[in-house]
Design a binder for this molecule. Sequence first.
Ligand code: GAL
Length: 832
Amino acid sequence: MGSKRMLLLGLVMLLAGPASLSAQDTTARVVKTLRTDWLFMKGEVPDGARLDYDDSHWDRVDVPHDWAIVGPFDEDHDKQEVTVIEDGERVPSIRTGRTGGLPYMGVGWYRKQLSFSGTASDKRVFIEFDGAMSNAKVYLNGQWVGGRPYGYSSFGFELTPYIRWGSTNVLAVRLENEPESARWYPGAGLYRAVRLLVLNRTHIPQWGVWVTTPEITHQEALVNIRTEIATKPPVHAAIRLETDIIDPSGKVVASLKKNLLPVTGDTVSQQLRLKDPRFWSADSPRLYKAVSRIKAGDQTLDVMETVFGIRTIRFTADSGMLVNGRWEKLKGVCLHHDLGALGAAFNKSALRHRLTLLKQMGCNAIRGAHNPHDPAMLELCDEMGFYFIDEAFDEWKLPKTANGYSRWFDEWAERDLTDMIRRDRNHPALIMYSIGNEVREQQQPEGYRVARFLTAICHREDPYRPVTAGFNQWKPAIDNGLADEVDIPGFNYKPAFYGRIRQLQPTWPIYGSETASTVSSRGSYHFPAQRFSMKAWEDNQSSAYDLEHCSWSQLPDEEWKALEDHPFVAGEFVWTGVDYLGEPTPYNCRWPSRSSYFGILDLAGIPKDRYFLYKSRWSDRPTLHVLPHWTWPEKLGEHVPVYVYTNYPEAELFVNGKSQGRKRFDPGELLDRYRLRWEDVVYQPGELKVIAYDVQGEIADSAVTETAGAPFRLVLTADRDTLTTDGDDLIYVTVEVQDRQGNLCPRADHLVNFSVEGSGFLRAVDNGNPASTEAFQAQYRNAFNGKCVAIVQSNGKTGKVFIRAESQGLVVGELTVDCTAKEHYKREWVEK
Ligand code: GAL
């Protein structure tokens, strides 16, 4: 057997379980994602870490895993009596659903067997967690390995000293979530990937490659690569670092070599001038790659791949953001980390689904609220083209919740922030570090000291990126010096004060770190259609006319006008791109509301009307959207306001062929500046039609909504037509209740039963109703305003997936998608 084949065999054995590791095994780097065969127990287990503990009665789960998302929902779960001063409260209120009404609190244990056959070698074994919620305590074979309190931090430990070579090992992780530790749904458990790494004695440690491009012109980019090398005696006689640079088309455009001193650890700098660099931007996300190899003679000791980009981003006080020399506005959204019906259990394909919809809307930026996100968020932003703000904290030393991060701040803030930066600083998508959101230190004369401490850490770890924070107390943040400590202050909900801030601080580049916080429920229209603040309706839904907001927040229209009037503001981040679990403002105290109403997309990922309002403003693609639906049997002869969201300059509305008049935007009236509104349309069933005209006054487009007849069938559409068998790929199947003519029945709430057969399974269901306590993991779901969603996952086998939706009295809906082959375990990087 040739040596090449033997190496391959050694690797496969390791991935499959028992492995022969020895000093002779020259496989450079093996990364195994620990996805399956975890055992889980909710509750305290006094001996849970012990090697010989009998865990045969525990549940078998896959990781990422969120123990709380299965529910059940209950208003008593983490019911919080709090005074939320950020919401303008002066006295406490009892908030139900603040953290989603899900059982995230308490202790949970995970155990997993690992086999390392052979005898101790000079291999070194590490474990990496992309995040664990929360207070992680990690043990191997009953021995303490390490811990990490902050549930959003990525971290890792060396396992080598605790390994029992040649026999079974047990990795055990204890997690504990305190009640009142969050302002939104945090999730629970090993909710992000866990990886095992088997490396050589000499290797590149976690986050050990840092690529910067400090000088960039159109002709040339200076690329600096800083590579850390960890090693242990006996040192190799001669080692060298070889780095290949691969351009966006996949061509090796440079190869660098450096001989290294045989010492026990080093940081090596390499530099090159790259001709004709191809720039990264949100519009054209071109990526380079550095492949770093440590070699001893012919042997590769380690290899690591680092994606980077070449771009310049500059912020100016006068005109906002300049990307590669071009002005660009931030058209951003804030996102929390949960993935709706999947809970916090991270899934890259679920996030890709959301980002795809946001990209199609014209969104170009994401603020990762209010904590480090999964590393795949940054990968996707790099690949798909989004500017990203990496936010570390929602609170510092002054608590917002009784058991929040303030308890860890003194001991852990530096470490958590440093690790976030080291993990993320190669990503071209990353434009700023945010050291905090609406921290209460804004009100403290000494608050600037904490801001200074954190900003200094950011500058130390990455002098090339600006530091920001989201301030909601604009005046105290300025008066108490916090805003001055960051490079680019962000202001939450302050369109009315952009002018004042500039008067006071004309040299500061600024932007809207949180904007709008408009609330709506997809497809629920309330009358009268008029502007309301903190309006709570009987049915626990907020109106889809997009006219309702919080006492501290605004409508999209207000922010846009302020941005037009103050072009020096770099742009905005809407709160939020997608609904999230928890924080059901304005129904904070009114169960069963348990998820937010802020999203442009609902919790199931279905666009609300507001999606088209933002699209009309943010995207160059033609947009023509009419609301509300046109099925109002109880409103015969009454006025039903009709709004059109469009980027055509003019439109005409028709009811059953009768013109209701042509309309153009009216810059003088806030609500007519970006929307076309017909307030006095008399409802008659039939056809509601809008015709759009271009600048020449020619007919350019049209859209029609018909009055729906009786519900007749279920119609299924999927976001993609193939699924890959990598084990976590998902498709989102939207179910519509339609009449015989194919019109959406816009108020249908039928119970839909799902069955999925073949190469997939039903992972979760949702309908975007923020006040539903139905389980996400059921095989059925009621439609909400005519629609619901089935999230279908590949089961790892190739073949077809048959999805069927049934509801009593309706024609069955069916859909078949193909599942194509890919290996189940992803080997992130393997080199012989
Ligand atoms: C802000 C806060 C966000 C969210 C939002 C709702 O004050 O930063 O986390 O609570 O309000 O409008």
